[in-house]
Design a binder for this molecule. Structure first.
Ligand code: FE2
Length: 296
């Protein structure tokens, strides 16, 4: 099966406070605010017009996980496959402006995706301002009741490939055509967006994230540590809406699809799949995340 998704796209988040949410993300993780209207504040950490959008709403929720299709035809192919797999088409237009073609749909397990043609690359890659200025929005992590079924659906509909899994598919990591170990991570639980992750530049940047949190009288939820699956050095904190933000470095690259074989990790007490360095995540980390919503 060939890839229909090239890489992580944009994420659309609903919040009562788009401006405050955007300022918080900019001050800590470091993408800068690109544009604002009364209903939407967008941010980007590179030359893209947007990576994250906070939409004005009465609720705190995830509106869509964006995945960039390899081309416009791939959006149509995803549409055919999504319908074959019991997904409900919600819209043929993106939540965001400046997207040529998009498809938004609800999966049977609850997550909502937007598969879309590329976000315009017309901004300066470098910029002034606070925060650690990461490389890019890198991946998302969702929770669903039936992770095995959901992972299979994502492989079938998106043409994504399995990079790692746990014994009974409680956790799965799927990659897109760009070769990063995962664009989509799946865990087991009530359906929600658990976290969105930025690719930072160096370990010192992760310390700067922690220092900024401390200045705001907040702390990390988990980390630093190094994931077994993905090999990235991670840190996590909660955003003002209750979703988790990951800042990490050194995610594994799959250089050659033809020779890579997915690994299977146990989830037993000896397992290092989640942290090679030290302790597992706490209850606050597990409980965090925001539900998916059909509209702002
Ligand atoms: Fe992650």
């Amino acid at each position: 099966m060939s890839y229909l998704i090239r890489q992580m796209g944009h994420i659309a988040l609903a919040t009562p406070d788009p401006e405050g949410s955007a300022q918080d993300l900019a001050e800590i993780s470091g993408p800068r605010i690109i544009a604002r209207t009364s209903d939407l504040v967008t941010l980007s950490s590179n030359n893209r017009r947007h990576e994250v959008g906070y939409f004005k709403s009465s609720r705190k929720a995830a509106l869509a996980i964006g995945l960039e299709a390899i081309n416009a035809e791939a959006v149509g192919e995803v549409r055919r496959r999504a319908m074959d797999h019991g997904c409900k088409i919600l819209s043929e237009r993106s939540y965001f402006p400046n997207i040529e073609k998009a498809l938004r749909f609800l999966t049977p397990e609850g997550p909502i995706f937007e598969v879309h043609t590329p976000v315009p690359r017309d901004q300066n890659a470098r910029y002034v301002g606070h925060g650690v200025h990461p490389v890019r929005l890198e991946h998302v992590n969702v929770r669903v009741e039936n992770a095995k079924a959901f992972g299979g659906l994502c492989e079938a509909v998106f043409g994504m490939r399995l990079s790692d899994r746990t014994t009974n598919d409680e956790l799965q990591w799927l990659r897109a055509a760009d070769g990063f170990h995962h664009t989509l991570a799946i865990g087991t639980g009530e359906a929600k967006l658990h976290h969105y992750g930025f690719d930072a530049r160096c370990f010192e940047d992760l310390a700067k994230v922690a220092d900024t949190l401390a200045l705001k009288s907040r702390t990390m939820l988990w980390g630093p540590g190094r994931h077994g699956a993905g090999d990235n050095i991670f840190t996590y904190y909660a955003d003002p809406n209750g979703c988790v933000v990951e800042n990490s470095i050194e995610m594994e690259r799959i250089d050659c699809d033809d020779v890579y074989a997915p690994r299977t990790w146990s989830l037993g007490p000896e397992s290092r799949v989640r942290n090679l360095w030290g302790p597992l995540e706490g209850p606050e980390y597990r409980a965090a995340g925001i539900p998916f919503a059909l509209e702002p």
